[in-house]
Design a protein around this ligand. Structure first.
Ligand code: IPM
Ligand code: MG
Length: 368
């Protein structure tokens, strides 16, 4: 059996800094757990634009389609704000998602006990929180046609199209139900069926998939605006939330902040199985490129390292090793390790990105 292959795309801003720590963790699993990976690295986003004039070179796209999993850091930055829309860093990320057909985006929002005080919500609302947002990632208003800015009479009109086929809804619903069965067996589907036809279809299809194949899973439906409100009112009522691309983008940022810091949240984007049976997959932190702290060694690498833990679990069937890594992170947090984003009102001296990496490797060693 060849070693599993990883393509690392550090990207822009703090992406490279946090990815350096992930590389150390990958090396640790190779050396200490006899799990060597074949790792290659390439450019995406602004970094790719600087070199190639495009946010994702065709060769990089081809490589992404060949490997077992892609790990991505972050894309974007103020330097690229004035670029033409078609070559903006974000287009590189969207092309990867679309051409790898990564339709199911798993965004867990888990509150680590040691960080319950950092949430903007009261501690008892978030302590023990463990929800999973399943965001549709390859369709909806992000990709629907027609789109563009057009002349209409004596003014311009900006158009985007929310569009979902039954099969697109069905496949993401299935992935949510499958996931719920391995968790607390509850799915809440969110749309705006009160104002959008695509929402009506979404609700119908999710209900049908449920009734036919997942009657054992508890299913509810909620309008997405109410969902946003419920997420900050009583987040622990949810287990799995399944929703479309745009609502998922918004609701996942909201859910992320419940846990205290955007610097903590990983994500997995999964597609259909490849020839070797593994699902196509890309793993990335939910946070962005954080230009305000880039290059200062301040960034929290945990979201990116937890994204690798998700890769161990979802791409490489190494749930125990993923749990080992998650437990190592939990233990360093419990021991008081804090990067700048995790400094509470009591203050103190924050750790650097590398020091957080050191602490996690140390905890991994201690787990053996
Ligand atoms: C996300 C981001 C992206 C999105 C951007 C960077 C294109 O906000 O992954 O949540 O809108 O999907
Ligand atoms: Mg987002």
């Amino acid at each position: 059996m060849p070693n599993p292959s990883l393509l690392i795309l550090p990207g822009d801003g703090i992406g490279p800094e946090v990815m350096d720590q992930v590389t150390r963790v990958i090396d640790w699993f190779g050396a200490k757990r006899d799990m060597p990976f074949d790792v290659s690295t390439d450019l995406v986003g602004g970094a790719a634009y600087d070199k190639h004039g495009t946010p994702l070179h065709d060769d990089t796209m081809a490589k992404a389609l060949e490997v077992d999993a892609v790990l991505l850091g972050a894309v974007g930055g103020p330097k690229y704000d004035d670029l033409d829309f078609s070559v903006k860093p974000e287009r590189g990320l969207l092309r990867l998602r679309k051409e790898m057909d990564l339709f199911s985006n798993l965004r867990p929002a888990q509150c680590f006990d040691a960080l319950a005080d950092f949430s903007s919500l009261k501690k008892d609302l978030v302590a023990g929180l463990d929800i999973m947002i399943v965001r549709e990632l390859t369709s909806g208003v992000y990709f629907g046609e027609p789109r563009g800015i057009f002349e209409e009479g004596n003014e311009r009109v900006g158009i985007n199209t929310q569009r979902y086929t039954e099969s697109e809804i069905e496949r993401v619903a299935r992935s949510a139900f499958e996931l719920a069965r391995r968790r607390n067996n509850k799915v809440c589907s969110m749309e705006k069926a009160n104002v959008m036809e695509s929402g009506i279809l979404w609700r119908e299809v999710v209900q049908k998939v449920h009734d036919e194949d997942y009657p054992d899973v508890e299913l509810s439906h909620m309008y997405a605006d109410n969902g946003a409100m419920q997420l900050v009112r009583a987040p622990k009522q949810f287990d799995v939330i399944v929703t479309d691309n745009l609502f998922g983008d918004i609701l996942s940022d909201c859910a992320a902040m419940l846990t205290g810091s955007l610097g903590m949240l990983p994500s997995a984007s999964l597609g259909a199985p490849m020839a070797n049976g593994r699902a196509r997959a890309m793993y990335e932190p939910v946070h962005g490129s954080a230009p305000d702290i880039t290059g200062q060694g301040k960034a929290n690498p945990i979201a990116c390292i937890l994204s690798f833990a998700m890769a161990l679990r979802y791409s490489f069937d190494q749930g125990d090793e993923a749990a080992r890594l998650e437990a190592a992170i939990e233990s360093v947090l419990a021991g008081g390790a804090r990067t700048a984003d995790l400094m509470g009102p009591e203050g103190g001296t924050p750790m650097s990105t590398t020091e957080m990496g050191d602490a996690i490797l140390h905890a991994l060693d201690a787990s053996l």
